[in-house]
Design a protein around this ligand. Structure first.
Ligand SMILES: [Zn+2]
Length: 342
């Protein structure tokens, strides 16, 4: 790229690592190489801010770009927030950063460093992931996009047909992970959720967060399964399930089939709320490096079948897709938000 072309940068702040990327003037991703470093939230705001600045510096150096080209910066941050750009109490982040106005801190640090004011914007990481996925889909076929990305939780995003993100009045729109799932329809008990709600949150049935509860429920149905002799805690067993599913382990397949059914119901509920044309399933289960093609096809087929049981619109009215941008989606979404808001 020409070293004078304008770019926007994005920081995807995760609980363990922060990823750095950006977009050029046409909204294209700057690199497909994953540039990331540790998120030192336990060391407090100053150390975390420093890690971001060093991460951005290194990113520009490695991509042979210059701060002069940077027009704006976006930050993808998991909620909840106390206010726009102010961290609330987050289950996966250290208490040391609770209440930190990271938006203001980054803005003044960049102004001090660069000697000019650089606009900085932020939004929920799950919401931002939908922007670049929508950009790809909408170039091929018009329509709004609902994205559901199961990972440690359930990231959700809704992007209007014109490419704008639905953020809500308190940056808390599209929290489909914490509405109740009709779990009795799946012959499952009520699972607990990290958010504290006791009504059987969607997130517990569709993401990593509920896998240990699935194991408690389903393992007794497989009396010969090696997990019965396995001394490791449930949490560690749960993290092996994805690899076991790749080997066609019956228990693992059973659990992911149930997750896919739950996701199908969530797609139906999301379709009733937002009436999108495109529905994108993201997260680790759709990552070609983490799961087999056979697994992904089976998962998406079950999602579609169970969504269709309850759709309000005609089945042909929705298009179900696997996400394409993988781990780049959130940093790219943050950069695109910055570019479009600037
Ligand atoms: Zn919940």
């Amino acid at each position: 790229m020409n070293s004078s072309s304008p770019i926007c940068l994005g920081i995807d702040c995760g609980a363990t690592t922060s990823k750095f990327n950006g977009v050029d003037a046409e909204g294209k991703l700057l690199t497909h190489t994953l540039r990331q470093r540790r998120t030192p939230s336990a060391d407090g705001p100053e150390v975390m801010l420093q890690a971001w600045l060093e991460g951005l510096d290194l990113f520009l150096r490695e991509e042979k770009l210059d701060w002069e080209q940077v027009h704006a910066v976006g930050v993808a941050m998991p909620g909840p927030y106390e206010a726009y750009g102010v961290l609330g109490s987050m289950p996966n982040m250290a208490d040391a950063v609770e209440g930190w106005n990271y938006l203001e801190s980054l803005q003044s640090a960049l102004q001090y460093k660069l000697g000019r004011k650089l606009p900085v914007y932020t939004a929920n990481d799950g919401q931002l992931a939908g922007i670049p996925e929508a950009q790809l889909l909408q170039a091929e076929h018009p329509g709004s996009v609902l994205m559901l990305a199961p990972g440690s939780g359930l990231g959700c995003s809704f992007v209007h047909a014109d490419g704008t993100l639905l953020c809500g009045d308190h940056q808390a729109a599209v929290i489909l992970g914490h509405i109740p799932l009709p779990y009795a329809e799946l012959n499952l008990p009520r699972f607990s959720c990290g958010c504290g709600r006791s009504w059987g949150c969607v997130e517990a049935y569709t993401s990593i967060s509920g896998l240990t509860q699935y194991l408690d429920e389903r393992l007794p149905h497989y009396p010969d399964h090696p997990f019965h002799q396995d001394p490791r805690p449930r949490r560690e067993q749960a993290l092996c399930l994805r690899d076991l599913a790749a080997e066609e382990d019956a228990l693992a397949c059973d659990i992911f089939d149930l997750q896919a059914k739950a996701m199908g119901y969530t797609v139906a509920m999301g379709s009733m709320c937002y009436d999108p044309t495109h529905i994108v399933i993201g997260g680790g289960l759709m990552d070609p490096e983490a799961t087999t093609e056979r697994f992904r096809e089976r998962y998406l087929r079950i999602v579609r079948e169970n969504a269709e049981l309850n759709l309000w619109v005609k089945p042909d009215d929705i298009r179900l897709h696997a996400a394409r941008l993988g781990e780049h989606a959130q940093a790219m979404g943050a950069a695109l938000l910055a570019q479009r808001t600037e």
